[in-house]
Design a protein around this ligand. Structure first.
Ligand SMILES: *Cc1c(COP(=O)(O)O)cnc(C)c1O
Length: 372
Protein backbone atom coordinates (compact mmCIF):
# COMPACT_ATOMS: atom_id res chain seq x y z
CA UNK A 1 0.00 0.00 0.00
CA UNK A 2 1.17 3.52 -0.74
CA UNK A 3 2.88 5.38 2.13
CA UNK A 4 0.59 7.99 3.65
CA UNK A 5 2.60 11.02 4.79
CA UNK A 6 1.31 13.20 7.64
CA UNK A 7 0.82 16.02 5.17
CA UNK A 8 1.18 16.82 1.48
CA UNK A 9 0.62 20.08 -0.47
CA UNK A 10 -2.37 20.30 -2.85
CA UNK A 11 -1.04 21.76 -6.11
CA UNK A 12 -3.31 21.69 -9.19
CA UNK A 13 -2.39 21.71 -12.89
CA UNK A 14 -3.46 25.35 -13.33
CA UNK A 15 -0.92 26.35 -10.71
CA UNK A 16 1.81 24.35 -12.44
CA UNK A 17 0.90 26.06 -15.73
CA UNK A 18 1.00 29.52 -14.12
CA UNK A 19 4.46 28.83 -12.68
CA UNK A 20 5.62 27.82 -16.17
CA UNK A 21 4.22 31.09 -17.50
CA UNK A 22 6.27 33.06 -14.96
CA UNK A 23 9.40 31.10 -15.90
CA UNK A 24 8.79 31.95 -19.57
CA UNK A 25 8.02 35.61 -18.84
CA UNK A 26 11.60 36.68 -18.20
CA UNK A 27 10.74 38.16 -14.76
CA UNK A 28 11.43 35.73 -11.91
CA UNK A 29 12.04 37.82 -8.82
CA UNK A 30 9.63 40.10 -6.92
CA UNK A 31 7.29 41.64 -9.47
CA UNK A 32 3.69 41.69 -10.72
CA UNK A 33 2.76 38.27 -9.29
CA UNK A 34 3.88 39.30 -5.78
CA UNK A 35 1.87 42.51 -6.10
CA UNK A 36 -1.18 40.56 -7.24
CA UNK A 37 -0.89 38.12 -4.33
CA UNK A 38 -0.45 40.97 -1.82
CA UNK A 39 -3.64 42.60 -3.14
CA UNK A 40 -5.57 39.31 -2.91
CA UNK A 41 -4.31 38.63 0.62
CA UNK A 42 -5.14 42.17 1.67
CA UNK A 43 -8.71 41.70 0.38
CA UNK A 44 -9.05 38.67 2.67
CA UNK A 45 -7.60 40.70 5.53
CA UNK A 46 -10.40 43.23 5.22
CA UNK A 47 -8.24 45.70 3.28
CA UNK A 48 -5.38 45.83 5.81
CA UNK A 49 -1.90 46.10 4.23
CA UNK A 50 -0.24 42.72 3.57
CA UNK A 51 3.37 42.28 2.46
CA UNK A 52 5.10 39.10 1.30
CA UNK A 53 8.45 37.70 2.37
CA UNK A 54 10.28 34.42 1.78
CA UNK A 55 9.29 32.91 5.17
CA UNK A 56 7.06 33.49 8.17
CA UNK A 57 10.25 33.54 10.21
CA UNK A 58 11.31 36.69 8.36
CA UNK A 59 7.80 38.14 8.77
CA UNK A 60 7.94 37.57 12.54
CA UNK A 61 11.44 39.01 12.85
CA UNK A 62 10.51 42.17 10.93
CA UNK A 63 7.28 42.44 12.92
CA UNK A 64 9.34 42.53 16.13
CA UNK A 65 11.56 45.23 14.64
CA UNK A 66 8.53 47.26 13.54
CA UNK A 67 7.10 46.90 17.06
CA UNK A 68 10.39 48.32 18.36
CA UNK A 69 11.33 45.18 20.29
CA UNK A 70 15.03 45.25 21.12
CA UNK A 71 17.74 44.20 23.57
CA UNK A 72 16.51 44.24 27.16
CA UNK A 73 12.87 43.69 26.19
CA UNK A 74 10.90 40.60 27.07
CA UNK A 75 8.50 38.85 24.71
CA UNK A 76 6.04 36.32 26.12
CA UNK A 77 5.32 33.21 24.06
CA UNK A 78 4.64 29.48 24.23
CA UNK A 79 7.21 26.71 24.19
CA UNK A 80 4.93 24.23 22.36
CA UNK A 81 5.55 25.57 18.87
CA UNK A 82 8.04 25.49 16.02
CA UNK A 83 11.35 26.98 17.27
CA UNK A 84 10.97 29.93 14.90
CA UNK A 85 8.40 31.52 17.25
CA UNK A 86 11.10 32.04 19.91
CA UNK A 87 14.22 32.18 17.74
CA UNK A 88 13.05 35.45 16.18
CA UNK A 89 12.95 37.03 19.64
CA UNK A 90 16.61 36.11 20.14
CA UNK A 91 17.42 37.35 16.63
CA UNK A 92 16.33 40.90 17.53
CA UNK A 93 18.31 40.70 20.81
CA UNK A 94 15.30 40.42 23.12
CA UNK A 95 14.46 37.74 25.69
CA UNK A 96 11.80 35.11 25.06
CA UNK A 97 9.74 34.41 28.18
CA UNK A 98 7.90 31.10 27.93
CA UNK A 99 4.70 30.54 29.84
CA UNK A 100 2.85 27.26 30.20
CA UNK A 101 0.00 26.00 28.02
CA UNK A 102 -3.56 25.10 28.82
CA UNK A 103 -3.44 21.30 28.32
CA UNK A 104 -7.04 21.24 27.05
CA UNK A 105 -6.32 23.51 24.07
CA UNK A 106 -2.52 23.04 24.02
CA UNK A 107 -2.34 26.80 23.45
CA UNK A 108 -0.61 29.50 25.50
CA UNK A 109 -2.39 29.94 28.86
CA UNK A 110 -3.46 33.59 28.96
CA UNK A 111 -3.69 33.54 32.78
CA UNK A 112 0.00 32.63 32.80
CA UNK A 113 0.73 35.39 30.30
CA UNK A 114 -0.82 37.93 32.63
CA UNK A 115 1.28 36.67 35.55
CA UNK A 116 4.47 36.84 33.48
CA UNK A 117 4.12 40.50 32.49
CA UNK A 118 6.92 42.68 33.92
CA UNK A 119 8.10 46.26 33.36
CA UNK A 120 10.31 44.91 30.54
CA UNK A 121 7.55 43.08 28.64
CA UNK A 122 7.06 44.63 25.23
CA UNK A 123 5.09 42.07 23.23
CA UNK A 124 3.22 38.78 23.19
CA UNK A 125 3.59 36.17 20.45
CA UNK A 126 0.54 33.86 20.57
CA UNK A 127 0.63 30.74 18.39
CA UNK A 128 -2.48 29.09 16.94
CA UNK A 129 -1.09 25.56 17.23
CA UNK A 130 -2.68 23.18 14.71
CA UNK A 131 -4.82 26.07 13.45
CA UNK A 132 -6.86 26.43 16.65
CA UNK A 133 -7.12 30.15 17.41
CA UNK A 134 -5.91 31.59 20.70
CA UNK A 135 -8.72 33.58 22.40
CA UNK A 136 -8.36 36.94 20.66
CA UNK A 137 -10.78 38.77 22.96
CA UNK A 138 -8.81 37.94 26.08
CA UNK A 139 -5.47 38.37 24.29
CA UNK A 140 -6.15 41.91 23.08
CA UNK A 141 -7.79 42.85 26.36
CA UNK A 142 -4.54 41.92 28.13
CA UNK A 143 -2.38 43.65 25.53
CA UNK A 144 -4.39 46.84 25.78
CA UNK A 145 -4.45 46.84 29.56
CA UNK A 146 -0.65 46.50 29.73
CA UNK A 147 0.28 48.50 26.62
CA UNK A 148 1.83 45.52 24.81
CA UNK A 149 2.24 44.84 21.11
CA UNK A 150 0.87 41.55 19.77
CA UNK A 151 2.70 39.69 17.02
CA UNK A 152 0.36 36.89 16.07
CA UNK A 153 2.22 33.78 14.94
CA UNK A 154 -0.61 32.64 12.69
CA UNK A 155 1.80 30.54 10.61
CA UNK A 156 -0.54 27.56 10.95
CA UNK A 157 -3.92 29.28 11.02
CA UNK A 158 -4.56 30.80 7.64
CA UNK A 159 -8.29 30.88 6.96
CA UNK A 160 -9.13 30.20 10.61
CA UNK A 161 -11.36 32.68 12.43
CA UNK A 162 -12.07 34.00 15.89
CA UNK A 163 -15.84 34.16 16.43
CA UNK A 164 -16.48 34.59 12.72
CA UNK A 165 -13.75 37.14 12.06
CA UNK A 166 -10.96 35.77 9.87
CA UNK A 167 -7.50 35.89 11.45
CA UNK A 168 -5.50 38.71 9.92
CA UNK A 169 -8.56 40.89 9.33
CA UNK A 170 -8.22 42.42 12.81
CA UNK A 171 -5.67 42.75 15.58
CA UNK A 172 -2.07 43.99 15.56
CA UNK A 173 0.69 42.38 13.44
CA UNK A 174 -0.24 38.98 12.01
CA UNK A 175 2.24 36.58 10.35
CA UNK A 176 1.24 33.70 8.07
CA UNK A 177 3.50 31.00 6.62
CA UNK A 178 3.35 29.52 3.13
CA UNK A 179 5.74 26.63 3.88
CA UNK A 180 4.67 23.49 1.93
CA UNK A 181 3.26 21.86 5.09
CA UNK A 182 0.91 24.77 5.81
CA UNK A 183 -2.72 24.98 4.62
CA UNK A 184 -1.67 27.22 1.73
CA UNK A 185 1.82 27.25 0.20
CA UNK A 186 4.12 29.22 -2.10
CA UNK A 187 6.85 26.54 -1.91
CA UNK A 188 8.45 28.62 0.82
CA UNK A 189 7.16 32.01 1.86
CA UNK A 190 5.15 34.03 4.29
CA UNK A 191 3.48 37.36 4.82
CA UNK A 192 2.73 39.95 7.45
CA UNK A 193 -0.52 41.84 7.92
CA UNK A 194 0.26 45.35 9.15
CA UNK A 195 -1.67 48.22 10.69
CA UNK A 196 -0.98 51.02 8.21
CA UNK A 197 1.06 52.12 5.19
CA UNK A 198 3.84 53.55 7.39
CA UNK A 199 4.46 50.11 8.90
CA UNK A 200 4.11 48.52 5.45
CA UNK A 201 6.78 50.82 3.99
CA UNK A 202 9.18 49.99 6.83
CA UNK A 203 8.49 46.29 6.24
CA UNK A 204 9.30 46.74 2.53
CA UNK A 205 12.66 48.23 3.49
CA UNK A 206 13.43 45.53 6.06
CA UNK A 207 12.79 42.75 3.54
CA UNK A 208 15.20 44.18 0.95
CA UNK A 209 18.39 45.80 2.24
CA UNK A 210 16.73 48.86 3.76
CA UNK A 211 16.55 50.44 0.35
CA UNK A 212 14.12 53.04 -1.00
CA UNK A 213 14.33 53.58 -4.73
CA UNK A 214 14.11 57.02 -6.30
CA UNK A 215 12.51 57.77 -9.69
CA UNK A 216 15.90 58.75 -11.14
CA UNK A 217 17.25 55.21 -10.70
CA UNK A 218 19.25 55.95 -7.54
CA UNK A 219 18.33 54.79 -4.08
CA UNK A 220 18.85 55.55 -0.44
CA UNK A 221 19.53 53.08 2.37
CA UNK A 222 18.40 54.44 5.74
CA UNK A 223 17.84 51.29 7.82
CA UNK A 224 19.57 47.91 8.02
CA UNK A 225 17.37 45.56 6.04
CA UNK A 226 17.80 41.93 5.11
CA UNK A 227 17.26 39.83 1.99
CA UNK A 228 13.87 38.21 2.35
CA UNK A 229 11.83 39.22 -0.70
CA UNK A 230 9.61 36.60 -2.36
CA UNK A 231 9.98 35.54 -6.00
CA UNK A 232 7.20 35.83 -8.58
CA UNK A 233 7.63 32.08 -9.12
CA UNK A 234 6.56 31.52 -5.52
CA UNK A 235 3.80 34.13 -5.72
CA UNK A 236 2.32 32.33 -8.75
CA UNK A 237 1.98 29.20 -6.60
CA UNK A 238 0.23 31.27 -3.93
CA UNK A 239 -2.15 32.78 -6.50
CA UNK A 240 -3.05 29.24 -7.54
CA UNK A 241 -3.64 28.22 -3.91
CA UNK A 242 -5.53 31.15 -2.40
CA UNK A 243 -8.83 30.72 -4.32
CA UNK A 244 -8.98 27.13 -3.00
CA UNK A 245 -8.04 27.87 0.62
CA UNK A 246 -11.59 27.80 1.99
CA UNK A 247 -12.49 24.57 0.17
CA UNK A 248 -9.22 22.93 1.26
CA UNK A 249 -9.86 23.97 4.88
CA UNK A 250 -13.45 22.69 4.66
CA UNK A 251 -12.18 19.31 3.52
CA UNK A 252 -9.69 19.23 6.42
CA UNK A 253 -12.59 19.95 8.78
CA UNK A 254 -14.59 17.01 7.36
CA UNK A 255 -11.63 14.69 7.71
CA UNK A 256 -11.10 15.86 11.31
CA UNK A 257 -14.75 15.02 12.06
CA UNK A 258 -14.15 11.56 10.65
CA UNK A 259 -11.18 11.14 13.02
CA UNK A 260 -13.44 12.03 15.95
CA UNK A 261 -15.93 9.32 14.88
CA UNK A 262 -13.28 6.66 14.40
CA UNK A 263 -11.36 7.47 17.59
CA UNK A 264 -14.36 7.65 19.91
CA UNK A 265 -13.68 5.31 22.81
CA UNK A 266 -9.96 4.98 22.03
CA UNK A 267 -7.77 5.89 25.01
CA UNK A 268 -5.99 8.92 23.52
CA UNK A 269 -6.48 12.63 24.14
CA UNK A 270 -8.26 14.38 21.26
CA UNK A 271 -7.98 18.04 20.26
CA UNK A 272 -10.82 20.47 21.07
CA UNK A 273 -13.70 19.64 18.67
CA UNK A 274 -13.75 23.12 17.11
CA UNK A 275 -15.40 22.80 13.69
CA UNK A 276 -16.19 26.48 13.24
CA UNK A 277 -12.98 28.41 13.99
CA UNK A 278 -10.00 26.06 13.52
CA UNK A 279 -8.56 25.45 10.03
CA UNK A 280 -7.42 21.98 11.14
CA UNK A 281 -3.83 22.51 10.11
CA UNK A 282 -2.99 19.33 12.05
CA UNK A 283 -4.82 16.53 13.82
CA UNK A 284 -2.92 15.84 17.02
CA UNK A 285 -3.63 13.18 19.59
CA UNK A 286 -2.03 12.97 23.05
CA UNK A 287 -1.04 9.53 24.35
CA UNK A 288 -2.00 8.49 27.87
CA UNK A 289 0.75 9.13 30.42
CA UNK A 290 1.46 5.42 30.80
CA UNK A 291 2.44 5.25 27.12
CA UNK A 292 4.63 8.39 26.96
CA UNK A 293 7.85 6.37 26.85
CA UNK A 294 6.49 4.28 23.96
CA UNK A 295 5.80 7.14 21.55
CA UNK A 296 8.80 6.43 19.32
CA UNK A 297 7.87 2.72 19.21
CA UNK A 298 4.37 3.77 18.17
CA UNK A 299 5.74 6.05 15.44
CA UNK A 300 7.85 3.12 14.19
CA UNK A 301 4.86 0.74 14.14
CA UNK A 302 2.79 3.28 12.21
CA UNK A 303 5.64 3.73 9.76
CA UNK A 304 5.79 -0.05 9.22
CA UNK A 305 2.05 0.10 8.50
CA UNK A 306 2.75 2.75 5.83
CA UNK A 307 1.61 5.73 7.88
CA UNK A 308 3.57 8.89 8.55
CA UNK A 309 3.21 10.77 11.82
CA UNK A 310 5.08 13.59 13.50
CA UNK A 311 6.00 15.24 16.78
CA UNK A 312 4.87 18.88 16.81
CA UNK A 313 6.68 19.94 18.85
CA UNK A 314 9.52 19.17 21.24
CA UNK A 315 9.23 21.92 23.87
CA UNK A 316 11.51 24.77 22.80
CA UNK A 317 12.77 25.49 26.32
CA UNK A 318 14.16 21.94 26.60
CA UNK A 319 16.32 22.22 23.45
CA UNK A 320 20.06 22.77 23.94
CA UNK A 321 20.16 26.43 22.92
CA UNK A 322 17.41 27.41 25.33
CA UNK A 323 18.85 25.29 28.16
CA UNK A 324 22.08 27.24 27.69
CA UNK A 325 19.98 30.36 28.23
CA UNK A 326 18.84 29.04 31.60
CA UNK A 327 15.62 27.17 30.86
CA UNK A 328 15.28 23.65 32.22
CA UNK A 329 12.98 20.66 32.34
CA UNK A 330 10.43 21.25 35.08
CA UNK A 331 9.93 24.94 34.24
CA UNK A 332 6.71 24.34 32.27
CA UNK A 333 5.04 21.13 33.50
CA UNK A 334 1.94 21.21 31.25
CA UNK A 335 3.98 21.97 28.14
CA UNK A 336 6.48 19.23 28.93
CA UNK A 337 3.78 16.68 29.66
CA UNK A 338 1.96 17.35 26.37
CA UNK A 339 5.17 17.68 24.33
CA UNK A 340 6.24 14.21 25.50
CA UNK A 341 2.94 12.62 24.42
CA UNK A 342 1.66 14.57 21.43
CA UNK A 343 1.50 12.91 18.02
CA UNK A 344 0.39 14.36 14.68
CA UNK A 345 -1.63 11.99 12.49
CA UNK A 346 -2.00 12.38 8.71
CA UNK A 347 -4.38 15.16 7.66
CA UNK A 348 -4.39 16.85 4.27
CA UNK A 349 -7.19 17.70 1.87
CA UNK A 350 -6.60 14.99 -0.75
CA UNK A 351 -7.05 12.24 1.85
CA UNK A 352 -10.08 9.97 1.51
CA UNK A 353 -12.31 8.96 4.41
CA UNK A 354 -10.87 5.47 3.86
CA UNK A 355 -7.38 6.85 4.57
CA UNK A 356 -8.62 8.00 7.99
CA UNK A 357 -10.03 4.49 8.55
CA UNK A 358 -6.66 3.05 7.64
CA UNK A 359 -4.80 5.38 10.04
CA UNK A 360 -7.20 4.64 12.90
CA UNK A 361 -7.09 0.85 12.36
CA UNK A 362 -3.28 0.97 12.34
CA UNK A 363 -3.20 3.27 15.37
CA UNK A 364 -5.53 1.07 17.42
CA UNK A 365 -3.50 -2.00 16.49
CA UNK A 366 -0.19 -0.24 17.31
CA UNK A 367 -1.55 0.94 20.68
CA UNK A 368 -2.42 -2.69 21.51
CA UNK A 369 1.05 -3.81 20.49
CA UNK A 370 2.95 -1.28 22.62
CA UNK A 371 0.80 -2.16 25.63
CA UNK A 372 1.29 -5.90 25.20
C1 LIG B 1 5.88 27.10 10.07
C2 LIG B 1 5.89 27.92 11.29
C3 LIG B 1 6.70 29.06 11.42
C4 LIG B 1 7.73 29.45 10.43
O1 LIG B 1 7.27 29.51 9.13
P1 LIG B 1 8.36 29.53 7.94
O2 LIG B 1 7.58 30.03 6.78
O3 LIG B 1 8.85 28.14 7.79
O4 LIG B 1 9.44 30.46 8.36
C5 LIG B 1 6.58 29.81 12.56
N1 LIG B 1 5.73 29.48 13.54
C6 LIG B 1 4.95 28.39 13.46
C7 LIG B 1 4.00 28.10 14.56
C8 LIG B 1 5.01 27.57 12.34
O5 LIG B 1 4.25 26.49 12.28
Amino acid sequence: MEFLPFTRPAIDEDTIASVSAVLRSGWLTTGPKCKELEVALSARAGGRPVRLVNSATAALEFALRIAGVKEGDEVITTSLTWVASANVVLTVGATPVFVDIDPATRLIDLDQVEKAITARTRAIIPVDLAGLPVDRDRLYQLAQLHGLRVIEDAAQSQGANWQGRELGSFGDLVAFSFHPNKNMTTGEGGCLVLNDETEARLFEKLRLQGVTRAPDGTYDCDVLGGKANLTDIAAAIGLGQLPHLDALNARRRELARWYFKRLAGVDVGLPPADFSQSNWHMFQIVLPEALAAQRSALIQLLKEAGIGSGVHYPAIHTTSLYRQLGWKAGDLPQTESIAARILTLPLFPQMQDSDIDRVCTALIHALEQIQA
